[in-house]
Design a protein around this ligand. Structure first.
Ligand code: UDX
Length: 463
């Protein structure tokens, strides 16, 4: 089938390449020429990297480009003319108030509508599929915009993505489920044909209304975010009463009704959970009659913001102030296997330490460049950047530091060379923001250790 994917960001590029991989003919469109140039240069062997870091994506893109099933262009008209199914996969960033900014979706819908007015002997019919994460009722906005631009026949389907960063290719090639929202039988049957190769992989395709499909995406992410948030409340409580959440969890998890997002940490981050939960609150809160209580959902965000700063009062107390002291921060990405630093605990930590007058030596296996770029755009932090250094070796970050904060669970941080850590730090102190350190050696070597859901270990201070 001929498919156009508008937007070559995270979702568009991975989904486009996955469709090509099951033998569809895919044309990916982006209005940013530099992005298309980057992708073409990669496919033609002129550079080694893609615009995003995602395991297995380079192979998937290159193989399908070489087989001529995946193409890239800036020309939306050409793509719309050729394709039967057109995916909208552009960004929906948050507005200042947390609501979703649909400017890109609206613009693309208008461009698709205009591009549908080409000369053709056969009647023109297209399915426009919303893949971008959009607030419920957006399908109607897209429908209305396109109808204003063309008299040709079309349907709008809602088909949310469920990709998690770091395993997006796997998630796309073998999705947990495929959700298709449409009221139209013809559109449903074409979408079924499109996803038939995935059905062969025993993936269920769920058909429902547009609004239900849109709600699935927001509900799924809010549900998972709530699990992480509740986990962290219970983990914090465990620390306070002298219990280890990991041990408690073993007992809780034996109940098969308990979910999988149960690992404690310095809150959730990334491009989806924080944004989608906020959008649910603000975009939906504004146009509902107001019977559903969103206070509970608001609390998820509030809890998460507080969680990111969990160690700050602990550190302030332990060091009797942070001004002028140096700390190492391991990890700037929001989770391992990505270079995405959006809303990460590490970024929050670095900012707050700098704002409190501390010096920071930071290390991340892949997110240093992105972190520095994001920090340089933050007006509050900019004046303090001279006190921040990024280093390319995790142990180097420890030199002259009073302690180390582990902000994400990269494998290298799980079992470091504790002797080296102890020798390099001014004092042997670890703030384990992901509860990943095995505490046996910590105790033997006499570290002071602070975790999220574990009792403090004061081996050094009590010496
Ligand atoms: C998420 C959803 O998983 C995906 O289905 C959706 O399409 C987009 O949002 P992603 O943002 O890539 O994907 O990350 P995910 O692996 O879900 O983790 C989200 C955040 O929750 C991370 O900051 C992670 O560290 C945190 N988390 C997750 C925990 O703190 N504890 C857990 O037990 C699980």
């Amino acid at each position: 089938m001929k498919i156009a994917v508008i937007g070559t960001g995270y979702v568009g590029l991975v989904q486009g390449a996955a469709f090509a991989d099951v033998n569809h003919n895919v044309i990916c469109v982006d209005k940013v020429e530099a992005k298309i140039r980057h992708l073409l240069d990669f496919c033609e062997g002129k550079r080694n990297d893609l615009p995003i870091l995602e395991p297995d994506l380079p192979r998937l893109v290159k193989e399908n480009y070489d087989k001529k099933r995946l193409r890239f262009t800036t020309d939306i008209n050409e793509a719309v003319k050729e394709a039967k199914i057109i995916f909208i996969a552009v960004g929906t960033p948050s507005n200042e108030d947390g609501s979703a900014n649909l400017t890109h979706v609206r613009n693309v819908a208008a461009e698709i509508g205009e591009a549908m007015n080409y000369e053709s002997d056969a009647p023109i019919y297209k399915i426009i599929v919303n893949k971008s994460t959009v607030p419920p009722m957006t399908y109607k906005i897209v429908h209305d915009i396109i109808s204003e631009k063309t008299k040709n026949e079309f349907d709008v389907a809602s088909n949310p993505e469920f990709l998690a960063e770091g395993r997006a290719v796997k998630d796309c090639l073998r999705p947990s489920r495929i959700v298709v929202g449409t009221a139209n039988a013809k559109a449903a049957s074409i979408m079924e044909e499109l996803y038939a190769p995935f059905k062969d992989r025993e993936v269920s395709i769920l058909f429902m209304s547009n609004i239900e499909a849109e709600m699935v995406k927001y509900s799924a992410n809010t549900y998972l975010a709530a699990q992480v948030s509740l986990t962290n409340v219970l983990a914090n409580l465990c620390r306070e009463v002298g219990a280890d959440w990991r041990n408690v969890l073993e007992g809780v998890k034996k109940d098969v009704r308990v979910g999988r997002f149960v690992y404690s940490g310095l809150g959730f981050g990334g491009s989806c959970f924080p944004k989608d939960v906020r959008e649910l609150i603000y975009s939906m809160g504004s146009h509902r009659p107001g019977t559903a209580d969103l206070e509970y959902v608001k609390k998820i965000i509030e809890q998460n913001e507080a969680q990111k700063g969990l160690f700050l009062p602990v550190m302030e107390k332990y060091y009797s102030g942070l001004n002028g002291k140096r700390f190492a921060v391991w990890g700037t990405t929001f989770k391992p296997e990505t270079n995405d630093v959006r809303e990460s605990a590490g970024m929050h930590m670095i900012k707050e330490l700098l704002l409190r007058g501390a010096c920071v030596s930071a290390y991340d296996p892949s997110g240093s460049e992105q972190a520095l770029f994001a920090l340089s755009l933050d007006e509050r932090v900019k004046p303090h950047l001279s006190r921040l250094t990024f280093v390319s070796d995790m142990y180097e970050a420890l030199k002259e530091a009073e302690g180390v904060v582990i902000a994400v669970e990269w494998n290298d941080f799980r079992n470091p060379d504790f002797e080296q850590v102890k020798n390099l730090l001014k004092k042997p102190v670890i703030f384990d923001g992901k509860d990943i350190i095995s505490t046996r050696q910590i105790k033997e070597l006499g570290f002071d250790y602070f975790g999220v859901g574990r009792p403090d270990i004061l081996g050094f201070s009590r010496k």
